[in-house]
Design a protein around this ligand. Structure first.
Ligand SMILES: Nc1ncnc2c1ncn2[C@@H]1O[C@H](COP(=O)(O)OP(=O)(O)OP(=O)(O)O)[C@@H](O)[C@H]1O
Length: 628
């Protein structure tokens, strides 16, 4: 709740709207306590007194009634009717939407066709028809305004409910034997409440306007009772001669509706969890760079070289050191594996290369990333765009999330090609089909015309690889591309990537959790823990004699076929949170070889020949191994 208010106040327009609305609501609440004149007592001798007239701060109307008193009593009434109408509409609309969305099928059809019929009428005509049927009066105006807004809520909430009703947690509740009512109340409702609140906050102003409209037409509040709409209606004939009688209620309506709308927009933004971690802004086109020191010289050669890369997330007062002085390099035709537990910083390292870490909250605070001889950290956005997808391409874990669901896969490949190369559509289509063949998609000509949802997971991942290959890049960064696939398809994809790098001299950075995959594909491996590289070296050497205790434990977690009796050793405990890192080795708390020296000072990555380890008491003596 505190976070919600902080975010709301950070949005200045929303805060201004909130202040205006609070002021008006407080005034309306204390109206009976204020020393005001009676709002309905007429005094025709005193009619049309101007603003600031003696005894009448806002003047008098055509019957000599005090405008200030009528304005405050009228505001009270208009707010009460507007809020009540919004609550009624939200309650009935949400109930209808939830029932239709949850039960689906015929129930949904019958309810939603009824809602469609209501929506087919122009809403003001519908409201007029309802008031005409019920008779003029404020309560009937309230019923009419609430009724015409019920379909809006029903449609919105039904849409959200349909999306939730078949989620795994709802299925789990069904399997647990919960009744439909219980599921709706405990599983569905908490997920739709934010949407109801947002819809309400953005429609209350609208409902106040509609009620004022009906009163303006004489169908809402009846004389002598004042609300803002009826005050405007009565002042209509004196609009030119005594404009203050219209301006006073008009300005109040403006303040209320503007205030509620601004506040409503702010509430909607503050309730959106995606905006919580950053400011209320869209992510920037490239990761923000706030490098403090000088650009370090590259530590090694290669087509892609990262040296002392530091990427952090700045969330309020917290700093998450997701990537902490990471140095990696990959040569043409080489495959570098990056391995580590979930949250160790592998993806953030990969995304930093092309400035794809979302800012806010991501910030690159130090280091160097070189593609051949070109420095990428701090490079202009046009340079990064030129390289993205063309020289350095990505393959992500979930191709369904990265492929556009509404375009055929061939068209998406055509787009990827034409973004970087000025070729005709027909030519790009031919190349797209060729790419699909290269990634061994059978019947590629026809498959190019299918949509992503018509393909299996393995096929889609091949399309993802084809997309990465579209512009013949020099480097492919593959972020767990086989984790979601079954072992047969996984093996096919791995051998495909292996062939491609041998045929084309591609450099591959392969991010994975799985040492089995590293052993199959990678020439070298870097092990990450809590944002740091803890070990690096040729895959065979690391697998045969791991130097860091963490690497040894990770390898021990991999089951091997035919070794059924070997005990798999899980690593106890969890990786540390990267916003509260203690000095020294981050693995110390889980390490069986921990000594006092491990947690007193920073431990350097000690290099010996092709291998490196960040440990004071390594499992293998790398200097001796290098000397041999
Ligand atoms: N938007 C964010 N705000 C704060 N911290 C973040 C954000 N995104 C990532 N992190 C943190 O950065 C660290 C590194 O995350 P990253 O996604 O790189 O891990 P990973 O090793 O790729 O994990 P996985 O294997 O699960 O994909 C994690 O500790 C994560 O909590």
């Amino acid at each position: 709740m505190k976070k919600f208010f902080q975010l709301l106040l950070r949005n200045r327009l929303a805060a201004a709207g909130g202040v205006a609305i609070c002021f008006v609501v407080i005034l309306a609440l204390i109206t009976p306590l204020l020393p005001l004149q009676a709002p309905n007592v007429t005094n025709t001798a005193n009619r049309f007194q101007p603003v600031f007239a003696e005894g009448h701060l806002l003047g008098t109307d055509h019957l000599g009634r005090d405008m200030l008193s009528r304005l405050l009593w009228g505001t009270r009434l208009s707010l009460a009717v507007g809020f009540s109408a919004a609550i009624f509409a939200a309650f009935f609309g949400a109930a209808i939407g939830i029932v239709a969305g949850y039960f689906g099928g015929r129930t949904d059809n019958v309810i939603m066709r009824g809602v469609d019929m209501l929506m087919a009428f122009p809403y003001i005509l519908l409201a007029l028809a309802i008031v005409a049927a019920l008779g003029p009066g404020l309560v009937n105006a309230l019923i009419a305004v609430a009724a015409v807004n019920v379909p809006f809520f029903a449609r919105n909430i039904r849409g959200v409910t349909v999306g939730i009703a078949h989620k795994e947690f709802v299925d789990a509740a069904r399997l647990a034997g919960l009744s439909d009512t219980r599921i709706i109340l405990t599983e569905i409702l908490p997920n739709v409440v934010p949407v109801i609140v947002i819809a309400m906050s953005t429609t209350i102003g609208w409902m106040i306007l509609e009620t004022a409209g009906l009163s303006f037409l004489g169908l809402g509040s009846q004389p002598p009772q004042a609300d803002l709409g009826s005050m405007l209606g009565e002042a209509r004939s004196a609009l030119i001669t005594n404009p203050h009688t219209s301006v006073v209620p008009g300005v109040m309506i403006l303040i209320i509706v503007m205030g509620i709308n601004l506040l409503g927009d702010g509430v909607r933004d503050a309730l959106d969890p995606r905006l919580r971690s950053g400011a209320l802004t869209r992510p920037m086109a490239a990761t923000v760079v706030q490098r403090k020191g000088a650009v370090p010289a590259p530590h090694a050669g290669g087509v892609l070289t990262m040296t002392d890369l530091e990427t952090q997330f700045h969330v309020g007062p917290r700093i998450y050191k997701a990537v902490n002085k990471v140095s990696l390099n990959v040569a043409p035709g080489e495959c570098l594996g990056v391995i580590g537990e979930s949250g160790s910083g592998k993806s953030v390292t990969a995304l930093s290369v092309m400035g794809l870490v979302a800012s806010p909250p991501g910030v690159i605070v130090g280091g160097s990333i070189r593609y051949k001889d070109e420095e990428l950290i701090g490079a202009r956005y046009t340079t990064l765009r030129r390289f993205r997808g063309d020289r350095v391409a990505y393959i992500f874990q979930d191709p369904l999330a990265t492929l556009h669901p509404l375009y055929k896969v061939g068209d998406q490949l055509v787009e990827a090609i034409r973004v970087h190369h000025p070729v005709s559509r027909a030519e790009a289509w031919k190349r797209a089909v060729e790419l699909l063949k290269q990634v061994r998609i059978p019947n590629a000509e026809n498959r190019a015309s299918t949509y992503p949802h018509e393909m299996s997971g393995g096929m889609r991942q091949r399309v993802g690889i084809a997309m990465a290959l579209a512009n013949d890049p020099d480097v492919i960064i593959a972020d767990e591309p086989t984790t979601a696939l079954d072992v047969t398809v996984q093996a096919q994809i791995l051998s495909l990537l292996d062939d491609l790098r041998r045929e084309r001299g591609l450099a591959i950075v392969f991010i994975t959790h799985d040492f089995g995959v590293v052993g199959q594909l990678c020439d070298r491996v870097a092990v990450m823990y809590a944002g740091r590289i803890v070990e690096e070296g040729p895959t065979d050497a690391v697998l045969a004699a791991p130097a860091h205790p963490y690497t040894r434990r990770l390898i021990a977690c991999v089951p091997e076929l035919g070794e059924g009796r070997r005990r798999l050793e899980a690593i106890p405990g969890l990786p540390p949170a990267v916003d509260r890192l203690e000095p020294g080795c981050a693995f110390a708390a889980r390490c069986t070889k921990k000594e006092a020296a491990c947690v007193t000072r920073e431990i350097e990555l000690a290099r010996a020949g092709p291998r490196a380890v960040r440990c004071l008491y390594p499992e293998t003596d790398l200097s001796r191994e290098a000397a041999e």
